[in-house]
Design a protein around this ligand. Structure first.
Ligand code: NAP
Ligand code: MG
Length: 504
């Protein structure tokens, strides 16, 4: 986290009124209107008010963007640029993002309802860090020489796949973009990326900063617009070589169809989750566990693919853990995302809030007890606010334990034995993340090994950092990973060059 002093909500509102927003598509290095001339409104989820209109891209705009990306790929202007030069441009871009974190964070907060205390000191610096991390690797990746027989030389090299498509969600708009852009651009690809319709604005400004940093025209193209048209056109485009998708499992499945029915483009899927948090009976530091448990489920309004939405807790400590979580929640102020003290802002849309509240009702009908939250608050603001909600007495077969709610709702499930805890934790169609709390090293190792999840946190909630890969098991996705050097694999082709060397 950078040490930024965030001004108060009134000053931020004044700044918001002066923002010069980028609202057109970014194609071939220029901002352009949609071919259809259409625009759509984007709203501020904290007020329910539309505050900008964005170019509504369509298949023609995807065609234009792919043509620009293909031209840039074929020219070699990026893919054959010396890796050191590519690195310098990307690092300059990361520096510009960081230098403009105040403006970008404000845009992100207005468009998404995320707290300014997250977007300015966390989201934007993390976006920059991601791009910088991958950039720094650009000139440190070596190929291989195979142990081929005398009279031959065989090299194994990685080449960019070419044109990458990316379709991303609204929960961390800038960061999710960076998780794709960082590794895909560092490895020499060109890109056509679609932001989520609710949150197009930060990425458009970030793309402009990329051009300012020296990314050549056509290397990075942003086409905002609806998933059903722009997203599908990217998924089906015959001239896109790989598509990276982060979003729901349902739409992820569609991308496999799109690929199968078009050019068999490579598909990378980062999907949903229903991640468990296991608390074993030997724990002692209840305050610290409660802080981590709350962070895991309530951070970013629970709109987090790796949210720890199931608290699987031993019967002997359940009451103490729940008491500590309730006490911890006193520090989780819900309200105006422009107030630096706010920890929980608005949910992304009215429709999503209603879906979250319906799940609370489903939980009640299934026999769960609502012991915190459960209702919309601050209705007079026009915004979509739901406080931290805890459902006690949940059994793992209930819908609120099986289905991804993607909101601030924690389902509490009891267990008695380690085997039972593990069975409950793994009894989900998802497998993205998990965390566990115990002082017993044997339990920690056994359970971490047996959990079917891509990221396991022991005695803390963690997705790791840029050095570690992120990706899921089962319905949480496959085809590659975000973050770390492993993220470079899916954006590169492995090529063998076998050379026969004539004898003297
Ligand atoms: P979503 O509805 O799947 O949307 C994700 C993206 O796909 C958006 O850009 C959306 O465009 C687009 N889209 C929607 N329908 C499409 C279609 N038929 N064809 C092509 N593209 C389409 O998911 P969401 O509601 O934005 O995000 C929540 C989900 O993302 C959750 O399941 C969450 O777990 C998952 N997620 C996963 C990760 C991870 O790394 N594993 C990270 C964050 C979120 P529109 O905005 O226009 O609908
Ligand atoms: Mg919006």
């Amino acid at each position: 986290m950078t040490d930024t002093l965030i001004p108060g909500a009134d000053e931020l509102r004044a700044r918001a009124s002066r923002l010069d927003l980028r609202t057109q598509a970014f194609i071939g290095g220029r901002f352009v209107d949609a071919a259809s001339g259409r625009r759509f409104a984007t709203e501020n989820p904290a007020t329910g008010q539309a505050f900008a209109e964005v170019a509504e891209g369509g298949p023609e705009d995807v065609d234009r963007a792919v043509a620009a990306a293909r031209k840039a790929a074929d020219s070699g202007a990026w893919s054959r640029m010396s890796p050191g030069d590519r690195k310098r441009i990307l690092i300059r871009w990361a520096d510009l993002i960081e230098a403009n974190a105040d403006e970008l964070g404000l845009i992100e907060t207005l468009d998404s309802g995320k707290p300014i205390g997250d977007t300015v000191p966390l989201d934007m610096p993390e976006t920059a860090t991601c791009i910088r991390w991958h950039a720094e690797a650009a000139d440190k990746l070596y190929g291989q020489v195979a142990p081929s027989p005398e009279g031959t030389v065989a090299t194994i090299v990685r080449e960019p796949v070419g044109v990458v498509g990316a379709v991303i969600p609204w929960n961390y708009p800038a960061q999710m973009a960076a998780w794709k852009l960082g590794p895909a651009l560092a490895t020499g690809n060109t890109i056509v990326i679609k932001p989520a319709s609710t949150t197009s604005l930060s990425l458009l400004r970030i793309a402009e900063l990329g051009a300012e940093a020296g990314i050549p025209d056509g290397v990075l193209n942003v086409v905002p617009g609806p998933g059903g048209t722009v997203g599908e056109a990217i998924g089906r485009h015959p001239d896109i070589d790989a598509v990276a998708f982060t979003g729901s499992t349902e739409v992820g499945r569609q991308f496999l169809h799109f690929s199968a029915e078009s050019n068999l483009k490579r598909v990378l899927l980062e999907l949903g989750g229903k991640s468990p948090q296991l608390v074993f009976p030997d724990v002692e530091d209840f305050a610290s566990i409660a802080a981590n448990v709350a962070l895991a489920i309530f951070w970013n309004m629970g709109e987090n693919c790796s949210a720890g939405s199931r608290l699987i807790v031993h019967r002997a400590v359940k009451d103490r853990v729940l008491e500590a979580v309730q006490a911890e929640l006193a520090a989780w102020a819900v309200g105006d995302p422009l107030d630096p003290a706010t920890k929980i802002g608005a949910l992304i849309s009215r429709g999503h809030m209603e879906r979250v509240l319906r799940y609370v009702q489903v939980g009640r009908e299934e026999g769960a007890r609502v012991v915190a939250g459960g209702e919309q608050i601050l209705e007079q603001t026009g915004g979509y606010f739901v406080p931290p909600t805890i459902l006690d007495g949940v059994r793992n077969e209930m819908r609120v334990a099986q289905e991804e709610i993607f909101g601030p709702v924690l389902s509490v499930i009891e267990f008695e034995t380690e085997a039972e805890a593990l069975a409950i934790a793994n009894d989900t169609p998802y497998g993205l993340a998990a965390s566990l709390y115990t002082q017993d090293l044997n339990v920690a190792h056994r359970v971490a090994r047996d959990l079917k999840a891509g990221v396991v946190g022991v005695n803390g909630y963690s997705e790791g950092d840029m050095t570690t890969p992120f990706g899921g098991y089962k319905l949480s996705g496959f085809g590659g990973h975000d973050k770390s050097i492993h993220a470079h694999d899916q954006y590169t082709e492995l090529k063998t060059v076998w050379i026969n060397v004539a004898a003297r």
